[in-house]
Design a protein around this ligand. Structure first.
Ligand SMILES: Cc1cc2nc3c(=O)[nH]c(=O)nc-3n(C[C@H](O)[C@H](O)[C@H](O)COP(=O)(O)O)c2cc1C
Length: 362
């Protein structure tokens, strides 16, 4: 069985190790969703990871509802990403952009107008806005024209990602956002060809992947899902059936890699998980599988040893440990993440977590 420190191919990408940086929203862009110079420092600090998946990045104004999150729909955003990807490459790393449409989870104050979703529904809980948390507004059901336009927005964002120097993209299909809203029968109540049967609910994500793959080459495309959790009010009556069918579709489409946020009971982040699906997906999908949630070095290696996962992604641990690869290799202690500065602006809790050599010198 492979070690975390063995190389791995993801399509044309050659990862020197199997420790992946999970996508982490950090809120350090501008209000216009333009990346800032400090983001180059932050990502370059973490370039020893086998792969960096960027923070979720808006494909359009309509689809982006997180304060100070970045986007990939304007020329200014593309220009401002270039120093970030350059810094990662100069530090020896590889980086893909996570492409994000939040669907009904965009508050009208941010997205400009009523949010769009698979069906006319309202998300539970509260949205993040520039004026603090506010109740979500009701989304309208996407028309066929909306769907065509949104698929086009994903395609444009993928082209922009390549123009901005990313090595590929990861489509964000997890965590209750737009693609998840189409996939699961808890949020998709449509009666047209995009709703009802599993086959119909797979149509939107299939169209997105075909468009993105057609634009930049499917070998540069990955996708993330969170099959076994109820996320932001989005759940399915039969997750194993849905995600097994999805695995077959991903195989047909030749998507080279997927990442599954698949917490186990006792997880320290998010809602209580149901039955895992990675094993069932593995039977129908021959690409690379990256597994996520609550791993440390030994538990990640144990997971690789089981043979389902090809790599493991780390969220909060790499957030707090820029040199996580070295720390896992040497068994060194880990810095603890500071939840207070997860989404704040500025350098504190962002670029000031010490590396091992700095900690020793201090
Ligand atoms: C601060 C923070 C921001 C996150 N942002 C994103 C995101 O932009 N996209 C995404 O798919 N998941 C996001 N997540 C989920 C993480 O990628 C990951 O699934 C989660 O932290 C569990 O992994 P961990 O136990 O290794 O931290 C975020 C999590 C945290 C803590």
């Amino acid at each position: 069985m492979p070690s975390l420190f063995d190389p791995l191919d993801l399509g044309p990408l050659q990862l020197p190790n199997r420790i992946v940086m999970a996508p982490l929203t950090r809120g350090r862009a501008t209000r216009e969703a333009v990346p800032t110079p400090i983001m180059a420092d932050y990502y370059a600090q973490r370039a020893s990871a086998g792969l960096i998946i960027s923070e979720a990045t808006g494909i359009s104004r309509e689809g982006l509802g997180w304060p100070f999150a970045p986007g990939l729909w304007t020329a200014e955003q593309v220009e401002a990403w270039k120093p970030v990807t350059d810094a990662v490459h100069a530090a020896g790393g590889r980086m893909v952009a996570q492409l994000w449409h939040m669907g009904r989870l965009v508050h009208p104050d941010l997205g400009g107008g009523q949010p769009v979703s698979a069906s006319a529904t309202t998300a539970p809980d509260y949205a993040h806005t520039y004026e603090g948390k506010k109740p979500y507004g009701e989304a309208r059901a996407a028309t066929r024209d909306d769907i065509r336009r949104i698929v086009g927005d994903y395609e444009r964002a993928a082209r922009n990602a390549v123009a901005a120097g990313f090595d590929g993209v990861q489509v964000h299909g997890a965590n209750g956002y737009l693609i998840d809203q189409f996939l699961r029968d808890g949020a998709n109540h449509r009666s047209d060809e995009y709703g009802g049967s599993v086959e119909n609910r797979l149509r939107f994500v299939t169209e997105v992947l075909e468009a993105v793959g057609g634009a930049i080459g499917m070998d540069r495309v990955g996708i993330r899902f969170s099959p076994n959790i109820l996320s932001q009010g989005v759940e399915d009556s039969d997750p194993v059936g849905l995600f097994t069918a999805l695995a077959k579709r991903l195989e047909e489409l030749s998507v080279p890699w997927i990442e599954l946020r698949e917490p186990r009971p006792g997880t320290s982040f998010g809602s209580a998980p149901t039955e895992p699906v990675s094993g069932a997906m593995r039977e129908h999908y021959s690409g690379r599988i990256v597994l996520n949630s609550d791993y440390n070095g030994p538990s990640a290696q144990a997971r690789l040893d089981e043979g389902v996962a090809d790599a493991i992604s780390f969220g909060r641990t790499i957030l707090a440990n820029p040199d996580l690869v070295e720390r896992i290799r040497s068994g060194a202690p880990l810095n603890q993440p500071n939840t207070r500065t997860f989404y704040t602006q500025g350098p504190e809790g962002y670029v000031d977590y010490p590396r091992l050599d700095e900690a020793r010198a201090a």
